[in-house]
Design a protein around this ligand. Structure first.
Ligand SMILES: [Zn+2]
Length: 326
């Protein structure tokens, strides 16, 4: 057992319950919303988010990992207002979400740059994990970065190597957004391996966007967990194919490498209403449609628990115990 940081403070890993490993609550470009979304009313959005998370808790999910880091509109004080109104555990992440460049405030500061000093990025990630985020004392429990179609750009690589540095310093596990159709999970694994990351401590995000079993088995054979984490985004891959891929992976012996989630949010600035136009892309989709479909495909309650309870628990416990042993 180990302690996992949540918005309510540390929780025993044994008490995380059913976990959705890749979600968001409020997703936005903070500057855009400040200037152009005068319809954004914090109190309304906070109340609705809390209601939705309470409904998720009532549906049997106990914990979400909110992977909203820099680049996605992280606002920990606003999120804390949501957390106050729900019994669901929220684990927050630190890191940077970019497909190309580092955020401007990092551009000139770091090794070999105009202000030549150790990279401030790793320092800030470690501070978020050990001291707390933005003066709140709320600590990050997960590290997050991204690699998408543009591949390993200079900025993406710098973020990834700093994520690895924070992992080495703290033993916090890693979740990485990847572009499955460009097989970017393999590139992320290569960089992490170079940086001394145990690939078993990494969730390769958005694996569920593909049914390419060879690619998924390559990632899993190197030890990483697969994020089958975009349930409800049926425009990329249908529910039937997403479920079918999981069933096939289980047949081939990979049940201990599978995690499930939606990658959805309660409010996002990408749509005029603040809500996704995809009706099934909601927090309740897994509880109401996906789990029944997994049962129908023949999975036992024990197998379902393995993916929602035991695998996420191991993600935190194993990273912590490996870190303690290093
Ligand atoms: Zn996401």
């Amino acid at each position: 057992m180990s302690k996992v940081e949540t918005m309510r403070g540390p929780v025993d890993s044994a008490n995380l319950g059913n976990v959705l490993v890749h979600e968001h609550v409020i997703l936005m470009d903070l500057e855009y919303v400040e200037n152009y979304r005068l319809d954004f009313d914090e109190a309304t959005v906070v109340d609705r988010a809390a209601q939705e998370l309470n409904a998720l808790k009532a549906a049997g999910i106990d914990t979400i990992i909110d992977l909203t880091v820099l680049g996605l509109g992280r606002h920990i004080k606003r999120l804390a207002k949501v957390a106050e109104k729900t019994d669901l555990n929220i684990i927050v992440a630190t890191g940077v979400y970019t497909f190309k460049d580092v955020p401007k405030p990092f551009e000139y500061v770091g090794p070999g740059l105009m202000i030549d000093r150790p990279d401030p990025m790793a320092e800030l990630f470690i501070q978020d994990i050990t001291v707390g985020i933005a003066g709140t004392g709320i600590k990050a429990g997960e590290l997050k970065c991204a690699i998408d179609e543009p591949g390993l750009t200079h900025g993406v690589e710098r973020v990834m190597r700093n994520i690895a540095a924070a992992y080495r310093a703290t033993g916090t596990p890693i979740s990485v957004h990847t572009a499955a159709h460009h097989q970017m999970g393999l590139v992320a694994q290569q960089v992490f391996a170079e940086e001394g990351v145990d690939l078993r401590d990494v969730i390769i995000g958005h694996c569920g966007d593909t049914d390419d079993l060879d690619y998924l088995m390559k990632l899993a054979d190197q030890g990483s967990m697969l994020g089958m984490d975009r349930f409800g985004i049926n425009v990329i891959l249908s529910l039937e194919k997403r479920v079918g891929t999981i069933i096939e992976l289980i047949k081939r012996g990979y049940i201990d490498r599978i995690t499930l989630s939606h990658d959805c949010s309660s409010w996002m600035d990408m749509f005029p209403s603040g809500k996704t136009p995809m009706p099934e892309h909601s927090y309740l989709h897994i509880s109401q449609q996906v789990i029944p479909a997994l049962r129908e495909a023949g999975l036992s309650q024990g197998q379902i628990d393995q993916m929602f309870v035991h695998n996420p628990r191991r993600h935190f416990e194993d990273a912590a115990s490996r870190h303690a042993a290093r």
